[in-house]
Design a protein around this ligand. Sequence first.
Ligand code: ASP
Length: 221
Amino acid sequence: MFALIAWVSGTNGPGVLLPLGKVILAVYLGCLLHAALLYCGLILCIGKLNPIRFFRGIADAQLVAFSTASSAGTLPVNLRCTQKNLGVSESISSFVLPLGATLNMDGTAIYQGVTALFVAQAYGIELNLPHYLTIIVSATLASIGTAGVPGAGMIMLSLVLGSVGLPLEGVALIAGIDRILDMARTTLNITGDAVGAVLIARGEGELNEDVYYERTPLVPL
Ligand code: ASP
């Protein structure tokens, strides 16, 4: 990563790092807002559960995702967290989480949207409403096709850039900071998978609330 950043700043001048800092800020803020508004809202309104307890329960999986930047690599920890800390049944979690680790990548879609706008601005290309709509659709589709391994979202970014005619060389501008962005988007990706598992388990009556709320069963005298 250091070599890539050195190459990017060496080739484009140190001034290029400031907009990259803004990209990092935008992606982290987007991921935080998505988790705070959408995921909290879903857990609260649809699951009728305490979102703080949810985030405490999956903290281990989030830490592993943040440090490995791989949804697939985090899958075993996410399975353990949802089953042992959140009370999701084994049958639901072992179906929903592997499926989510392959298909459900909200963080990757946010990242691809933000970086596509960054590339357009970096090259001075003006985008209009149809372009924005195309970016939304192609980023959603590209995120579904992204593998749960580090850096896969950056490869799929070329598909999003190509869909609105942005220069593919723009991927090189992002490459130096991609790992930092990957850590945030992967954390959001696996959080979304866990939200799905909890809500489906809740709907199917397969969620053990005693485990979710850490209620210790009464020990008979
Ligand atoms: N690293 C991400 C994941 O495993 C995929 C990506 O590169 O966006 O979820």
